[in-house]
Design a protein. Structure first.
Length: 311
């Protein structure tokens, strides 16, 4: 996913004034100040990736001597590396688990948890699908639960065609997978296994685009980036039917698939000027950049709270 597609001229102009010093001082916005240098290693959630990538692209324009590398091994995969002390920052679409905390403690990795945005897990079908008007939580459970007998669309609703469903979803290391299964199936990581899975949401998008009978789920921003080729499915939670939008995700009415997103930052890494500078930049500019890549920003106070933690 590239910011170049998004026409961020105004954002880039606004951020020029926010370039930071090598010491990462939050109150230094002098474009002529000494730039940071060094390298920053990030991995984890594919859902959080577009936000962190957006921040990294703009940060590196202001600090060209800093190399930011971002992997996409899924939230669980990122936490494994982070807890081992191999990363500066871990992107996460869920909070860290007790076992992951324990591993981090064993390896003397202390950290900050920083919320960065809200997301709504989105159900999508192929653009040529003319029969799906909505899906209920009960129907989603019927489709995705372990041992599911659903093989065709007709198995979901008798009025739908007897065409095979081709399913696409995140891999088991994904925080999106964990959140979705807990919210829909009722238990985290419990899911039918016979579906096309990938930690890379772009692979899932391509799969749904290419098959008329497909159904997939991933973060809202990946739908927005490909809206002309995908059909968004409204979800009936039992209270009312809601389509994910920036507004319904932010106000929480898109149930039960709205959720917060995080980055985790190693306190040891924060001692490095380039990392502190990057995280400060992240908190100061995340509100604009999350919107630019189709996520729902936090309130200003929440970013300020994150900045206070960093400083």
């Amino acid at each position: 996913m590239s910011l170049k597609k998004l026409g961020l001229t105004l954002v880039a102009v606004a951020l020029t004034a926010s370039s930071l010093t090598g010491c990462g001082q939050g109150d230094s916005k002098d474009a002529g100040a000494t730039k940071a240098s060094g390298s920053i290693k990030i991995d984890g959630s594919s859902t959080v990736f577009p936000i962190t990538e957006a921040v990294a692209e703009e940060f590196q324009k202001a600090n060209p001597n800093v190399k930011v590398t971002i992997g996409v091994s899924g939230t669980g995969g990122g936490f494994k590396k982070f807890a081992a002390g191999d990363l500066d920052i871990s992107n996460a679409s869920r909070t860290i688990k007790d076992a992951e905390k324990a591993q981090a403690t064993t390896n003397k990795v202390d950290y900050l948890e920083l919320p960065v945005a809200y997301d709504g897990i989105s159900l999508v079908v192929n653009k040529a699908n003319t029969w799906v008007d909505k899906l209920t939580v009960a129907e989603l459970k019927k489709i995705w639960e372990p041992g599911s007998k659903v093989k065709t669309w007709k198995d979901v609703r008798p009025s739908w065609p007897a065409e095979p469903i081709k399913l696409y979803g995140p891999g088991t290391d994904s925080g999106t997978f964990e959140y979705f299964t807990e919210a829909i199936v009722g238990e985290a990581k419990k899911s039918r296994a016979d579906y096309n899975q990938s930690e890379d949401d772009n692979v899932l998008v391509t799969g749904v685009k290419g098959d008329k009978n497909s159904l997939g789920y991933f973060g809202f921003s990946y739908y927005e980036e490909n809206a002309k080729d995908l059909k968004l499915v409204p979800i009936d939670s039992g209270e009312k039917t809601v389509t994910p939008t920036m507004e319904t995700i932010k106000d929480g009415s898109y149930k039960p698939l709205s959720r917060p997103l995080f980055i985790y930052v190693s306190k040891n890494s924060l001692q490095k000027p380039e990392v502190k500078s990057f995280i400060t930049y992240y908190m100061e500019n995340a509100e604009e950049l999350t919107k630019a890549v189709y996520y729902v920003p936090l309130k200003k106070e929440e970013y300020q709270a994150g900045l206070s933690k960093v400083n």
